[in-house]
Ligand binder design. Structure first.
Ligand SMILES: Nc1ncnc2c1ncn2[C@@H]1O[C@H](COP(=O)(O)OP(=O)(O)OP(=O)(O)O)[C@@H](O)[C@H]1O
Ligand SMILES: [Mg+2]
Length: 280
């Protein structure tokens, strides 16, 4: 992971600091060090206020770092105009309603491409493709607020991925959704990652989903990266996780108690490890 050259990295941060301006002047990022290779599916976790959204907004170019290095797709993204940023990195807000503001589903998806100066034919083709892919085509004439919460979440993602960003950041897409809906969203992100090679950074508090979908986990604590690595490795670092108030998925906790090695982090893995243990 750390050996990747800058050109192969989706995100490179060193000593990254971000301070919200006066009057509050809160130092939200206090020296973040991070390397995320292109094509990775990473989850950013950490307790409330640890800096996940601030980091995501810096990576997406909405916030300009106060100090330190931040390169996204080998560029200082905050220097770019929004239309230039959009093909490099897309950020889906935690609350999709903060991002949907047109009269029709179709218009919300077309908006970004219109800003990029795409031709009407290109817009027609790309919007149709994305709406079909996200199963929103039949709802294209509806007002976004006529959609269910799950459909609005997918629409917010559609409005970003239609611009084909290299990196997609999705801030807490599973909050307020049941496990079935949360899995649908994670499945969609996994397909974008697999089929289009899109680098995915998702923020979530649901560790079962991290274990099932992410290949890299970034644990934020008090404005810094406390720990990062593959989920199995991160979920075995119990002491550090305690500092950040993160509890590994229940099957991983069971595996730790039973001393299972390698540590199972999903239910099928735990079943196999326990059956193996019983058969010897
Ligand atoms: N607009 C803002 N102005 C000033 N301070 C802010 C602002 N947004 C966040 N902060 C502060 O920055 C710090 C990091 O907040 P941030 O929203 O990045 O955390 P988070 O990990 O995303 O939390 P959550 O899990 O609650 O979404 C916190 O101390 C927070 O109070
Ligand atoms: Mg947040």
């Amino acid at each position: 992971m750390t050996s990747s050259s800058p050109a192969e990295l989706a995100v490179l941060a060193e000593g990254l600091e971000f301070e919200y301006p006066a009057p509050r002047r809160i130092l939200a990022l206090k020296g973040v060090a991070l390397r995320v290779p292109k094509g990775e599916f990473a989850a950013i976790v950490g307790q409330n206020g640890s800096g996940k959204t601030s980091l995501a907004r810096c990576i997406s170019g909405y916030l300009r770092p106060t100090r330190g290095t931040l390169r996204v797709a080998d560029t200082e993204v905050w220097r770019l105009r929004p239309a230039q940023r959009a093909t490099r990195v897309g950020y889906v807000f935690q609350n999709p309603d903060h991002q949907l503001f047109r009269e029709r589903v179709w218009d919300d998806v077309a908006f970004g491409l219109q800003n990029l100066g795409a031709s009407p034919d290109q817009i027609q083709e790309s919007v149709e493709q994305v709406l079909r892919r996200l199963e929103l085509w039949d709802k294209r004439e509806l007002h976004p607020f006529q959609l269910s919460r799950g459909d609005r979440q997918r629409l917010a993602i559609a409005a970003i991925i239609v611009m084909r960003p290299q990196i997609l950041i999705v801030d807490e897409p599973t909050t307020g959704q049941d496990m079935a809906r949360s899995r649908e969203i994670m499945d969609l992100l996994a397909r974008l990652n697999h089929d289009q090679g899109m680098t995915i950074l998702t923020i979530t508090h649901v560790m079962e989903l991290v274990a099932e979908y992410a290949r890299w986990v970034i644990v934020m604590h008090d404005g810094r990266v406390l720990l990062d690595g593959p989920p199995r490795q991160v979920f075995s670092r119990v002491e550090e996780l305690r500092i950040s108030a993160i509890s590994p998925p229940p099957v991983a906790r069971l595996g730790l108690i039973l001393g299972l090695d390698p540590l199972p982090i999903t239910v099928p893995e735990a079943r196999d490890a326990i059956l193996r243990r019983l058969s010897v």
